[in-house]
Ligand binder design. Structure first.
Ligand code: LAN
Length: 667
């Protein structure tokens, strides 16, 4: 190459990047919702559609033929080759999800002889014990439908809610998601509630069991779990607790005086369920408690307006997406997607080119901030929420620390385009909310400050999930929140007041301690909400940069070395979801993935180390090559995760993360 050629080459490259970025945002602009947000598919877990179907069946609520058809198509499209169903769309077959998807298909009207039903049933009946091996949540659903007996599950006692709150096992200490799922479960368990038998249910009961129903040893079935369903085996502590609670339950069943206690516990639990429903405007915190709440409300008071609304709320979760009509993992991921799109746009410096889009998106951010605390929040064990942002929109009212931080970052980046910018007091509320949420360790958890001791994890009864019992510190949440505090500090400066500024400084230095301590020997961080070390390492780098680490900081150097070691020959990165289960980096079987390539690039660029330059260029080239003519990127492997084992699909990760990486690479 001679000197004359060089600038031309560089120029061509620059315009190429420009085009990729423009095209990418143009695409996002074309699918922006009227309210300014982005609303994409949020599927992946395969234990959600059955909940929707069962709750409709249990409450005698019709599913329209059109919806039923869409759900059947979805279930059939995610069936594994062996006939079973995974915990999520890419997983091997689990008994939990195979059992409940089979029953859902049948209740939706699929004939026993239909190929999908036949294949699923064959898989189920081939496994030792058939549906008796389903993980506990599967067994629970079957109980509600009368396809399994309550004696065959471990006790879920509503009376625990009556215990004094200082008791280290009080249910209010649990992670909010586990808490709100076990709440309606304990109500239905306490009443041994089951739907009235129908001829169809009687048929299904015979189909899913491999032995005559009357001969099943229910005590034994409690401890039967298919090996594929078993990620967290019952600990000896849990086994002992189940024995004791089992005796208590027997007492309650036999001693009439204790029935009063049960009634009191049921009334209390029902009150909490109703509060969760009304305070979330009948959307509920998540898809599992949504369906269980609907049944519990129906069981308590069918026909009331509250119950009707609790049932109707399930529809908020439906989404007709890339692979059919499904119940999503959350009622949407709109705030998350909108805030990231705005951050990517800000990084690209194209705000003016996409002004109308940015204005609308800003209005969405403005609208979705949570404006108040929940009514009677202490009585219902709710933390303050005012000033936070949630993952979806303002409706469910459950804030998350990183969503709050991303809300703040997006709002500050586009304040200048707003017709009426948010009052600074509202953003100060967000800052105070983030400051309030920091743990003594310097970390941030997800929704709430940690309440229960991590030893409570020994009581995790789910079998299929890891880390559900209490809040944990997360590098993603911590780094994101720290970066949000830095943005706010730099934006407002002295207007924050000396006290708040001092708190931010302390929060950052405590956060730094946590982020440094969480780095692994190989230089990476383990992610918990995205796959896995690639995602975590991006946040680790973000956290270090937020607290002022310079590019020659050894921690950043090690992070960069880690990522460079993982780069593929084609210039990209690709990590398999199995990393999250094994907690060791597993290469993606399909090679480089757009989403992980973007995360790795964001980390490398932000780390600012010179030796990463050529790796960055090769990664950028891969992203550009993979971009489709319409500005979108192709759908590849699943990239989101929760509770170690369950993967979840983020529709727009393949858009704003590559755009953000390209934008930073260019600037
Ligand atoms: C989510 C989705 C968003 C996610 C991030 C904001 C990305 C993360 O940084 C913090 C945790 C959070 C809010 C999160 C927590 C767990 C959720 C709610 C989910 C993965 C979506 C679905 C999942 C929920 C637990 C699914 C229901 C299953 C149970 C085990 C109750």
């Amino acid at each position: 190459m001679n000197d004359l050629e060089r600038p031309a080459v560089r120029k061509r490259k620059a315009t190429q990047k420009t085009d990729a970025i423009s095209k990418g945002f143009r695409y996002l602009e074309s699918i922006q919702e009227k309210d300014g947000g982005w609303h994409g598919d949020y599927g992946g877990p395969l234990f959600l559609v059955p909940g929707y179907v069962f709750a409709h069946y249990a409450t005698g609520t019709e599913i329209s033929p059109k919806v039923a058809k869409g759900l059947i198509r979805y279930i059939e499209s995610v069936q594994n080759e062996d006939g079973g169903f995974g915990l999520h769309i890419e997983a091997k077959s689990y008994m939990f999800t195979s059992a409940i998807n089979y029953v859902a298909l049948r209740l939706l009207g699929v004939a026993k002889t239909a190929p999908s039903a036949k294949r699923a049933r064959e898989w189920i009946r081939k496994q030792p014990g058939a549906v008796l091996g389903a993980a506990s949540w599967g067994k629970f659903w079957l109980c509600v439908l009368g396809l399994y007996e309550y004696e065959g599950i471990n006790p879920v006692l509503p009376e625990l809610w009556l215990a004094p709150t200082w008791l280290p096992v009080h249910p209010s200490l649990m992670w909010c998601h586990a808490r709100v799922v076990y709440l309606p479960m304990s109500y239905l368990y306490g009443r041994r509630w089951r739907v009235e038998e129908t001829p169809l249910l009687a048929e299904i009961r015979d189909e899913i069991h491999d032995r005559p129903y009357a001969t099943i040893d229910w005590q034994r079935a409690r401890g039967t779990v298919h090996p594929n369903d078993l990620y967290t085996p019952h600990s000896p502590v849990l086994r002992a607790a189940n024995k004791v609670l089992g005796l208590v339950e027997q007492g309650i069943q036999r001693i009439p005086r204790l029935q009063k206690l049960r009634d009191k516990a049921l009334a209390l639990v029902l009150d909490h369920i109703r509060h969760e429903e009304t305070s979330t405007r009948f959307v509920a915190l998540g898809p599992v408690n949504k369906c269980l709440d609907a049944i519990a409300c129906f069981a308590a008071a069918p026909g009331t307006e509250h119950t009707q609304r609790a049932i109707a709320g399930m529809n908020e979760y439906l989404f007709d997406g890339e692979d059919g009509l499904k119940m999503q993992g959350y009622h949407s991921s709109e705030l998350w997607d909108t805030a990231f799109t705005l951050q990517a746009l800000a990084a690209s410096g194209r705000g003016d080119e996409f002004l109308a889009m940015a204005k609308k998106a800003y209005a969405f951010i403005d609208r979705t901030q949570i404006k108040e605390d929940v009514d009677e929040r202490e009585k219902y064990f709710r933390d303050p929420t005012k000033g936070g942002w949630g993952f979806s929109n303002e409706v469910n009212g459950w804030p998350v620390f990183d969503c709050t931080s991303d809300g703040v970052k997006a709002a500050l980046a586009f304040e200048h385009v707003a017709a009426k910018p948010m009052a600074k007091e509202r953003l100060f509320d967000s800052i105070d909310f983030m400051l309030w949420g920091q743990e003594p360790s310097g970390a941030w958890c997800s929704y709430e400050k940690r309440r229960g001791h991590p030893l409570l994890e020994l009581l995790n009864p789910s079998e299929v999930f890891g880390r559900i019992m209490v809040e944990y510190p997360y590098v993603e949440l911590s780094a994101s929140t720290m970066a949000g505090l830095v943005k706010a500090r730099d934006h407002y400066g002295d207007a924050l007041g000396t006290e708040r500024l001092a708190k931010i400084a302390t929060a950052l230095s405590n956060g730094e301690r946590y982020v440094r301590a969480a780095q692994r020997i190989d230089g990476s961080w383990e992610g918990s909400w995205g796959v896995c070390f690639t995602y975590g390492t991006w946040f680790g780098v973000m956290g270090l940069r937020a607290c002022g680490a310079s590019p020659d900081d050894p921690a950043l150097q090690q992070a960069v070395e880690f990522l460079l070691r993982k780069q593929n020959k084609d210039g990209g990165w690709g990590e398999s979801y199995l990393s999250c289960e094994t907690r060791d980096y597993v290469q993606h079987p399909d090679g480089s993935q757009v989403v992980m390539t973007a995360w790795a690039l964001l980390a490398l660029i932000q780390a600012g180390r010179p030796e990463a330059q050529s790796a960055i260029e090769r990664g950028v080239a891969l992203l550009e090559e993979r971009q489709l003519a319409n500005g979108d990127w192709p759908k590849e492997g699943i990239a989101g995760v929760f509770n170690r084992t369950c993967m979840i699909h983020y529709r727009f990760y393949r858009n704003y993360f590559p755009l953000w990486a390209l934008a930073l690479a260019k600037s």
